[in-house]
Design a protein around this ligand. Sequence first.
Ligand SMILES: CC(C)(COP(=O)(O)OP(=O)(O)OC[C@H]1O[C@@H](n2cnc3c(N)ncnc32)[C@H](O)[C@@H]1OP(=O)(O)O)[C@@H](O)C(=O)NCCC(=O)NCCS
Length: 214
Amino acid sequence: MALSWRKLSIADLEVIFALHMAATEKVGRPELIRPETPEFFRHMVTDAGEMVGAFDDQGLLAYGVLQWDLSIEEDPFGPLRLDRSTRLAKFAGSSVRPSFWGHGLHSQLIARRVKVATELGFEQAYSTSAPGNHRSWTNLLGEGFRIRALKEQYGGHLRFLLLKDLEDRLQFEPVEWCADEDIAGHRRLLDAECEGIDWRHAGERHEILYGRRA
Ligand SMILES: CC(C)(COP(=O)(O)OP(=O)(O)OC[C@H]1O[C@@H](n2cnc3c(N)ncnc32)[C@H](O)[C@@H]1OP(=O)(O)O)[C@@H](O)C(=O)NCCC(=O)NCCS
């Protein structure tokens, strides 16, 4: 089926919020996904960011948020070890209609926002993802993000902080695989200045490959 893509506007707010609620409800684990308000999305389509959307004949099928006003966020520069002058944007959430999960749309949402962010002159993009939400971070790793930190945020929920160099200048040497639920292992590797660079299935679970900058 042919999908049409376009930038979302204030006229789309109602369907954006409905899709956010439907996807979150289907996951059924509120601790994994930050709950958003219609007000948040209004900011994102007006003054604080830009949203990309895919449509089919039933309406909005998927959206992705690119946010550049980071003043409403917990400080990302310290945990990401970035200079505060870095031109940094946030990939601040995405949802796909549950009946369409598993068709690779999330990767397309990421790739499209990488293009927009690059065209807008950002140097780096970051995103947060719960260790338990493998559908989120596997696709971010697949599109060139690296896990660079692990911290509690959004009111005490554990999140990976993932970063992508939009100019793709970095090379890594593999160091060690770590099971996704091994939180102590992630902390140890991140403290040793390794970064999560790839993933693989390990039975029912997932493992993350940590590497060190070459
Ligand atoms: C995370 C999300 C955007 C992924 O979108 P997507 O386009 O389906 O991504 P993919 O095509 O890569 O498929 C993701 C997974 O969904 C699985 N899937 C497919 N159909 C499914 C269904 N009916 N029910 C449950 N899972 C299904 C796929 O098998 C795949 O799982 P795997 O990684 O274990 O193999 C989507 O699941 C979603 O909207 N989730 C709720 C919001 C969210 O978590 N957003 C990201 C963080 S803000």
